[in-house]
Ligand binder design. Structure first.
Ligand code: G3I
Ligand code: 9MR
Ligand code: CA
Length: 544
């Protein structure tokens, strides 16, 4: 089951292993307190789910709508974890998923009044960052000292990368733009709470301020990353004191920057009173970045020999051009930025493939498009969703993912698919679009063959040992809460360095809740962002 729970009006599906000894034909939903049976149903026929290599039987208990605490009972199996049905089932999860970004802030102490058990000293002031040889230019020769404080640590490591900051900031601001009612009154207890901006916007601003400093004022190009030479040991941020560098201006980073600055200028135009001039400054930054990219269309990131941290290297840039062009077109109304929509395809977004994001933006701004463009946008989003629906219907787990869809960060792949299905649902309220998105969300919260919640601090069986340096080094037993871990990854690239083996080679079972497992159990900002989006969207869109 989804161990966090269900909204009363949601489609509710549980899964049981089709163990050969299990002869049960029916299941019961029992009230967890009284033990009373509140619903009976029939188990589906056993069916093979290829990603796990085993058979599963489904139970649909959508008829259960009364708020409460429940378990599912099937003769011959242990009772399911206790789960909740409640009208605010995802409110705490959504808040924690945003607060996780606060917990990954660079350049500031986390005070006990905001961070509780996870309070820590400041790390990485990033007020003395050196320009790496790969980034040297006439205005800023090698070794020039610049400032680029704030931002979020990318993941379980302490570096800051522009490429995946792009999709992260985009997704969080899209959540705000699409579902403001979820965030307006939300109190996250961060240092800025109560300052007149919504907390989500304050949190995103922490990273946007860093991003603005990553643009070379001389030419508008944007550094690919701000990093140490190698990954740190398992120490707290304050104890990680390696020299910091900005490395190579890249076309991908510059275009991702242009896209989110254009989007942010649109969002911050509503907050002119609180942050005078910021929206305009962002738009200027976006335009300058775009211009640099036109002049440097193929600056592919190549890791210099003395730099060994994350690459985020991507050599397909048509998607970055089209996405940033779309955001600038909408922000300025200038047709010169406009991509040729008819030529563009759609896919599940990820840090290296961002074309899905332009369809998300256009789908949310149909009012600004002409009739022909509107038709194209709706067709792309609906066709993509129908393909997902076909997979979902054919899947034994009611989960439209195939074995090959499990890779590094698979949980975010699932949630980004849900995000795309939700765009279709926003255009056309077909219940199955919502049900398919719910299924993908359920998977990361426990409706999976390992019975594993993949979000720290949530569910009855959450990750306890994520590859997150602060969680490992802080001496607190519970990891920092609200983080989505990468999830099952048959690549198992970390196996050599792990003292314990993975339980299985099957794609959906290739998960290890051990600190060693950076390939299945790390956290990352671009993985948490769709958790924020989807939990907010389900909360906002599910009929009562
Ligand atoms: O693009 C190919 C695809 O064509 C192929 O079919 C598929 C089959 O495995 O692989 C795809 O490439 C994968 C690539 O991600 C693109 O998604 C690689 O196998 C996979 O190893 C690679 O993983 C990336 C990983 O870094 C290693 O480079 C993850 O996406 C990325 O999220 C992760 O990011 C790291 C940062 O470098 C450092 N900070 C932590 C962060 C999270 O672990
Ligand atoms: O700890 C690193 C993690 O944050 C990265 O995502 C990962 C992939 O680039 O690499 C981890 O560092 C490992 C390195 O790549 C190989 N040696 C072991 C390191 C983990 O302790
Ligand atoms: Ca790309």
């Amino acid at each position: 089951v989804n161990q966090v729970g269900y909204l009363p009006g949601a489609t509710k599906v549980a899964a049981a292993p089709a163990a050969p000894a299990m002869k049960a034909a029916g299941f019961q939903v029992v009230d967890a307190r009284s033990g009373r049976v509140v619903l009976r149903g029939r188990l589906g026929a056993p069916a093979l789910w290829a990603p796990a290599g085993s058979e599963v039987r489904l139970m649909d208990f959508s008829a259960l709508t009364r708020p409460g605490q429940y378990q599912i009972r099937v003769a011959g199996l242990p009772d399911s974890p206790t789960f909740t049905v409640a009208p605010d089932a995802y409110a705490a999860l959504n808040a924690a998923a945003i607060k996780a970004f606060y917990f990954n802030r660079a350049s500031t102490p986390l005070l006990p009044e905001h961070a509780g058990r996870w309070a820590r000293a400041a790390g990485h002031p990033d007020d003395e960052v050196r320009v790496h040889a790969s980034a040297a230019g006439p205005g800023r020769p090698e070794g020039t000292v610049i400032r680029a404080p704030k931002g979020w640590y990318d993941a379980g490591d302490y570096n800051k990368y522009i490429v995946n900051s792009g999709i992260t900031v985009y997704t969080l601001l899209a959540a705000w733009e699409h579902f403001p009612e979820v965030f307006k009154a939300q109190r996250l207890n961060i240092p800025e709470s109560g300052n007149g901006l919504p907390d989500l916007i304050d949190e995103v601003l922490w990273n946007l301020e860093w991003m603005l400093d990553m643009q070379d004022p001389a030419d508008g190009g944007v550094y690919h990353k701000l990093t140490n030479q190698g990954f740190d040991g398992v120490v707290m941020p304050a104890d990680a004191r390696g020299e910091r560098y900005v490395v190579q201006k890249s076309t991908a980073a510059t275009l991702d920057f242009a896209a989110v600055m254009a989007q942010a200028s649109r969002v911050f135009s509503a907050f002119e009173a609180q942050r005078p001039g910021l929206s305009q400054r962002m738009l200027v930054a976006a335009r300058r970045a775009w211009t640099w990219a036109q002049q440097h269309p193929a600056e592919i990131y190549r890791q210099p020999p003395d730099i060994r941290t994350g690459g985020y290297d991507d050599n397909q840039l048509a998607d970055e051009f089209a996405w940033s062009g779309t955001e600038l077109w909408l922000a300025t109304g200038e047709a010169s930025y406009r991509p040729d929509l008819a030529q563009l395809t759609i896919s599940t977004p990820g840090w290296a493939d961002v074309k899905g994001l332009l369809w998300v933006t256009l789908g949310a701004h149909l009012d600004k498009l002409g009739e022909n463009d509107s038709v194209v946008v709706k067709a792309r989003l609906m066709t993509f969703a129908q393909e997902q629906i076909a997979l979902w219907q054919a899947s034994a787990y009611r989960l439209g993912v195939r074995p090959e869809d499990f890779g590094w960060g698979s949980n975010s792949e699932l949630l980004n698919r849900a995000l795309m299905l939700l765009q279709a649902y926003r255009l056309d309220r077909q219940p199955r679009l919502l049900a398919a998105a719910q299924s993908l969300f359920d998977h990361v919260l426990g409706r999976n063959p390992l019975g594993q919640s993949y979000v720290t601090g949530f569910g009855t069986h959450p990750p306890m040992h994520p590859h997150h340096r602060p969680s490992e080094a802080d001496g607190v037993e519970a990891p920092v809460p609200g983080f989505l871990v990468g999830g099952p990854n048959p690549g198992q690239q970390d196996q050599k360095g792990c003292p314990v083996p993975y339980a299985s080679k099957q794609p959906a079972l290739s998960y290890l809740d051990h600190f060693c497992s950076y390939a299945s159990n790390e956290v990352a900002i671009n993985w948490n962002a769709p958790l924020v989006y989807v939990s907010a969207a389900l909360q906002a869109l599910t009929p009562a």
